[in-house]
Design a protein around this ligand. Structure first.
Ligand code: PA5
Length: 442
C-alpha cells in the first residue's frame, strides 16, 4: 500500500492552508467519483483492477506460451507515450538490471522515437535473435510506431514467411477503427483491445501494459491485486485519503507558493522509468489552458552529482516528491579492508542500502534548508503488487489533482500541434495547404 508523508512540507505551509486545500481536493474527489466532470467518458481505468477478467490474463499467457513454443526469445514492443511507458516502467522496475533469466523472453521497445540509428541498431539485435512483435496503438495511426512496425513486419515476413510472421505479431488497438485494426484483421494477427474509455496514459492495466509485462515473465495478477487494494483504500472519502492529500499539497504548493515544478525523485535506478511514466501522466493530464505543474524526474544519488546544485541552490520554483522504497530485496554488505586506504572502514559491516538511506535523509534536510518542500510516497518494496498500487495511486491522485487545478485530466489537445507540422513537412496526402504555409516560415 502507498503511504504519503508531508513532514518535509511542514516548514513551508500552514496547517490551515493544507486543510483548506484538502477540502478543495475532496470536492474534486466527488467530481471524479460521481463521474460528472469533464472527460468523464475516459474513466474506464478506475475499475480495471477489479474488472479485468481472468480470461484476458490467460490470453496474454497463451501468447507467451505459444511464442516460447516457437523458440521466441525477443519481443519487440512497438508503441509510444501511453502505449509504451507503463509497460516499460514495470519491466525495468521488475527485471534484473544486468542478467537475463534463462528461458525468459527479452522485451525491447521500438516505435517510441524516429531515430534511424535507434531502429537500425534494434534491427541488428532482432536479426541475431528469434523475434516476435507486439504493436500497440490505440488510434492505430501514430507515425512513430507505424514506421517501426513497417520495418519489423517486413523483416519477420522475410525471415519466417507471411503465415508464421502473422503468428509472431500481436496487435493491441481500438476494437473497431484505425489503420492497425484494418491491417490486423486483414493479416489475421491475434489482437487485444484498448478499451474506448481508457486513455493511453491510464492504460497500463489494460493489455497495453499487461501483455508486455506477461511476456517479460512477471505476475500481472499480483499487480492487479495491488491496484485493487489501493483502489479500495483510495475510495474512502476523507481528509486522510493519501490521494486527496497528495493532490491537495501539490496544488497548494503550486497555487500559493509558486512551486511550478515537481520533481519525482527515486533512489533506485529501477524506478527511472517510473519517472518517465509519471511525467506523461501528470504532464499530459494537467499541462493545459496555460496551467499545470511541470513534472520532472531525477534519480539520486546519481543526479545529485548533476542536478543537485540547481535543486539546492537555483531558482526556488520546485518541490520534490520522493518515491521511497522501504525495503531493498537484495543485500550487499561493505567489508573491512586491512589497509583502509579508501578510508571506508567506518562503513564496514553496513549495508549499501543504509548508505542510500542516509544519503536520502541528508538530502532531504539539505533541500528543505534550501527552500525545497519534500513530499514522500512510500511503498514496501519493488514488486508487482506494489507497482500495481503505485500505478493506481498516481492515476487516482492525478484525476483529483487536475480537477482541483480546473482542467480536464483526460484530454491532450496540445499533442496534435507538432503532428500537423510534421505531416505537412513530410508531405502527407491531405496536408498540402499546411505544407505551403509552413514552407513560408522556414
Ligand atoms: O496518453 C496518450 O493518449 C498518448 O500518449 C498516446 O498514448 C500516444 O500518443 C500514443 O497514441 P496511440 O496509442 O494512439 O498510438
Amino acid at each position: 500500500m502507498v503511504i504519503v508523508d508531508f513532514g518535509g512540507c511542514s516548514s513551508f505551509v500552514k496547517d490551515a492552508e493544507f486543510k483548506l486545500w484538502k477540502e478543495k481536493a475532496l470536492e474534486a474527489f466527488d467530481v471524479l467519483e460521481s463521474e460528472k466532470g469533464e472527460g468523464n467518458d475516459f474513466l474506464g481505468w478506475k475499475t480495471l483492477p477489479v474488472d479485468t477478467p481472468e480470461s484476458l490474463i490467460a490470453d496474454c499467457e497463451a501468447v507467451r506460451d505459444d511464442w516460447k513454443g516457437l523458440g521466441v526469445d525477443l519481443a519487440v514492443v512497438i508503441g509510444i507515450g501511453g502505449s509504451y511507458l507503463g509497460a516499460r516502467c514495470a519491466i525495468e522496475a521488475l527485471s534484473h538490471q544486468f542478467v537475463r533469466p534463462e528461458g525468459a523472453i527479452q522485451v525491447v521497445f521500438a516505435g517510441n522515437n524516429l531515430s534511424e540509428e535507434y531502429l537500425a541498431e534494434l534491427m541488428d539485435l532482432v536479426r541475431e535473435r528469434d523475434a516476435a512483435c507486439v504493436v500497440i496503438s490505440k488510434s492505430g495511426t501514430t507515425t512513430e510506431p507505424a514506421v517501426a512496425f513497417r520495418v519489423v513486419k517486413e523483416y519477420l515476413e522475410g525471415k519466417y514467411g507471411k503465415a508464421e510472421a502473422a503468428r509472431r505479431i500481436v496487435a493491441i488497438t481500438d476494437e473497431h477503427k484505425g489503420a492497425l485494426k484494418t491491417l490486423s484483421n486483414q493479416e489475421g494477427y491475434r489482437s487485444f483491445i484498448v478499451p474506448d474509455n481508457v486513455g493511453g496514459r491510464f492504460s497500463v492495466l489494460t493489455p497495453v501494459g499487461l501483455l508486455p509485462i506477461v511476456l517479460a515473465g512477471f505476475d500481472v495478477r499480483a499487480m492487479l491485486k495491488g491496484a485493487a487494494d489501493e483502489r479500495e483504500a483510495l475510495l474512502k472519502k476523507c481528509e486522510c485519503n493519501p490521494a486527496v492529500q497528495y493532490a491537495a499539497m501539490r496544488n497548494l504548493l503550486y497555487s500559493v507558493y509558486g512551486k511550478k515544478v515537481e520533481i519525482l525523485v527515486s533512489y533506485n535506478p529501477k524506478f527511472q522509468y517510473l519517472g518517465e511514466w509519471w511525467k506523461q501522466l501528470y504532464g499530459e493530464s494537467e499541462g493545459k489552458d496555460g496551467k499545470g505543474i511541470f513534472p520532472a524526474s531525477v534519480n539520486f544519488t546519481t543526479d545529485l552529482h548533476s542536478m543537485g546544485q540547481f535543486i539546492q541552490d537555483g531558482d526556488r520554483v520546485m518541490f520534490e516528491t520522493v518515491v521511497k522504497i522501504e525495503k531493498s530485496r537484495r543485500e550487499v554488505v561493505i567489508g573491512t579492508d586491512g589497509q583502509n586506504l579508501d578510508q571506508l572502514n567506518y562503513l564496514a559491516g553496513k549495508r549499501v542500502e543504509h548508505c542510500n538511506a542516509m544519503a536520502a535523509l541528508g538530502t532531504k534536510l539539505a533541500h528543505i534548508d534550501g527552500g525545497v518542500p519534500q513530499l514522500e510516497v512510500s511503498v514496501e518494496q519493488i514488486d508487482e503488487y506494489n507497482l500495481g498500487a503505485i500505478f493506481y495511486f498516481f492515476e487516482f491522485a492525478c484525476g483529483i489533482s487536475a480537477y482541483v487545478l480546473g482542467v480536464n485530466p483526460f484530454n491532450q489537445p496540445g499533442v496534435e500541434a507538432y503532428k500537423k507540422n510534421m505531416f505537412a513537412l513530410l508531405r502527407k496526402p491531405g496536408y498540402e495547404a499546411q505544407t505551403e504555409e509552413i514552407l513560408k516560415r522556414i
